[in-house]
Design a protein around this ligand. Sequence first.
Ligand SMILES: [Zn+2]
Length: 306
Amino acid sequence: MDFNDDVSLDTSQVQDTRGAGGGVGGRVALGGGGLGIVGLVIYFLMSQFGGGLGGAGNLPLTDGGLGDNQAVSNSKISSECRTGRDADTNHDCALVAIINSIQGYWQDEFARSGSTYKVVPTIFFTGNVNTGCGGATADVGPFYCPADERVYIDLSFFDELKQRFGAKGGTFVEAYVLAHEYGHHVQNQLGTSNRVGKESGPTSGSVRLELQADCYAGVWANHATTSPTKGGGPLISDITDDDISRALDAASRIGDDYIQTHLGGGSVDESQFTHGSSAQREKWFTTGYQSGDPTRCNTFDTNNLG
Ligand SMILES: [Zn+2]
């Protein structure tokens, strides 16, 4: 994927809490059995990128010590990330551009239907973070918290996708992850999230919600090179077939069946599905990408999830 050099970036859509004191002491080592859970575990409604990352919908809470690293320091990002040209050479700036593009599309889409999309920031954090949904460690992977309407990501997740999940990775894979999380923000605004409890299973509300978020990510990708952003024109100039195939490769490695088989107990237990199978995640991203139509993401009204 490529960026339009002269379109301005809006760094207010990112809040950078990395390196703002606190430190990374709360980081739980990944890999050694993975899925480590520290401290008290409670359930609350939040939407992770992958169901098996931190336990099925359970958010590890660290008991104390949070809050120290909450200070937002955007000075580095705002000085380095001015236009799409910076996104070509600086990873942080690329993520800013992607977030601007995703929200630019949804602002446009909501406006077309006579409503207003609420622009919300993504929080970059390292190790652990305090959120409106409670404290979280990086173990849970990227997530959206409906209580404070923010997307949270420890960017080391992108390395984990490659190293632990074996995904090819790439900038567009990161765009898919972020677009999925903003898909949950769209669902929150539309009231869709309220239809879903904490059930699991192959046709559960959780799975339908997650597959719809994948579909919304695909819808954004369809419009990415044409949707205006706050900085003027579209920030993304090109998405290639290779980008799409990398997104599908990532989707194929974060399905519940793949995670259960390769990173969990080794066998598939559909009753524990919260995000859908790899094939379903690929299917719904593709549905969104090919149609560019969010009304086609009707995962709640179909008997055929794939
Ligand atoms: Zn999700």
